[in-house]
Design a protein around this ligand. Structure first.
Ligand SMILES: *Cc1c(COP(=O)(O)O)cnc(C)c1O
Length: 356
């Protein structure tokens, strides 16, 4: 075997939660994957061990200067009991993209995939059965060297934990209300917006809280320089169907390249629907709206897959999209992607990887 991942099994397995009350990210499986990095010997000691707290030196660099990145993906159980991953090699590539931005070491993508397969295979019983539920996979990497000088750490940990999660749309898919954020920004070109950096999330919490207090579920981020161009919605990429064409902001450095985004663009082009990866200002979107040309709006990401947008609150404007109903294209994209993910419809794109 090219990568000897050692396995230490727990002798005390947890009771599995009822799949009807899983929620998101509250329960964790019996085991986790851990691997260490040091400047002298590189990545070493890949291992699966019982799920447990990690020991960390109080001077560990991650706690002070924030070298921390993560990934998010899911394993799905099919009705004939196979376990499927969706484009996991993309997560491996993006983990390395994020690592490079924070001066963290890259990992062998094959080893990463092998770690995923081995861990999920061991934890197979934790993949819930109900349609819509899944096993959420959270790989993350952080700086462990005890040192207070400002420089890249010379040691790191890569950890993968698994969490059974409930159906995102347990009460049925419902269009969300979004506050267009004009005060705070999420990311700026040249910064870390294109990478899955933990600090990006810390920086977004305040705007999210303020939007909540105003009765919105999420924020729509505008560009940090002109406060004009649409970037993302919460931690999802965003799409607008305008007059038969679909618009989404281009990946120019401040936007996270979502794997769901890439898959949606693929499907749309396959279906012959024009996709424009072009800058779109809030003013232009508003003009399209007043002309009755804004047909659908939705966010995309691993957690929700597709999330329809029913209302956009922008300054004094209250924009109601598609009568707050789920759009036809939004529904078709959701049905197709989840159908492929749960192995219910054919995958002509080679997106599905089965865990043996
Ligand atoms: C993870 C993430 C997304 C969605 O990416 P997927 O690969 O589709 O899950 C979008 N925006 C931000 C800021 C993210 O962190």
């Amino acid at each position: 075997m090219p990568y000897p991942i050692t396995i230490t099994q727990t002798d005390r397995k947890k009771e599995k939660p009822d799949s009807s009350c899983l929620g998101f990210g509250r329960y964790f499986t019996d085991h986790m994957f851990v691997m260490d990095y040091s400047a002298e010997i590189g990545w070493h000691d890949p291992r699966i061990v019982p799920y447990a707290p990690l020991a960390l030196d109080p001077a560990a660099l991650v706690l002070h200067y924030g070298q921390a990145i993560f990934e998010g993906m899911k394993a799905y159980r099919t009705s004939d009991d196979r376990i499927l991953l969706f484009r996991p090699e993309k997560n491996a590539q993006r983990l390395n993209l994020s690592a490079a931005r924070l001066s963290m070491p890259s990992i062998d993508e094959e080893l990463f995939l092998e770690a995923l397969r081995t861990l999920i295979s061991l934890e197979k019983d934790w993949v819930p059965r109900e349609r819509g539920t899944s096993l959420y996979i959270r790989p993350f990497m952080f700086a462990t060297e005890p040192y207070l000088g400002v420089r890249a750490s010379e040691s790191y940990k890569l950890v993968i934990v698994l969490s059974p999660v409930g159906a995102y749309y347990a009460g049925g898919m419902k269009p969300v209300k979004i506050h267009v954020e004009s005060r705070y920004v999420r990311a700026v070109r040249g910064g870390t917006g294109f990478a899955k950096v933990s600090g990006n999330y810390a920086a977004s919490l305040k705007a999210q809280e303020d939007a909540h207090a105003k009765g919105y579920e999420q924020v729509l981020w505008l560009d940090a320089i002109e406060n004009k161009y649409i970037e993302e919605v919460g931690s999802m990429n965003v799409f607008f169907k305008i007059n038969g064409e679909v618009w989404t902001p281009p990946l120019h450095g401040s936007i996270l390249g979502g794997i769901t985004r890439d898959s949606v663009i693929h499907l749309l082009r396959d279906w012959g629907i024009p996709v424009r990866e072009e800058k779109l200002s809030m003013e232009d979107l508003y003009v399209a709206y007043t002309r009755g040309e804004l047909e659908e709006a939705f966010g995309t990401g691993t957690a929700a897959v597709v999330s329809p947008i029913g209302v956009l609150g922008w300054n004094d404007h209250h924009m109601v999209i598609n009568h707050e109903q789920i759009g036809e294209l939004t529904a078709k994209l959701y049905g197709t992607l989840t159908g492929i993910q749960y192995g219910e419809i054919a995958d002509p794109y080679g997106w599905i990887v089965e865990v043996e």
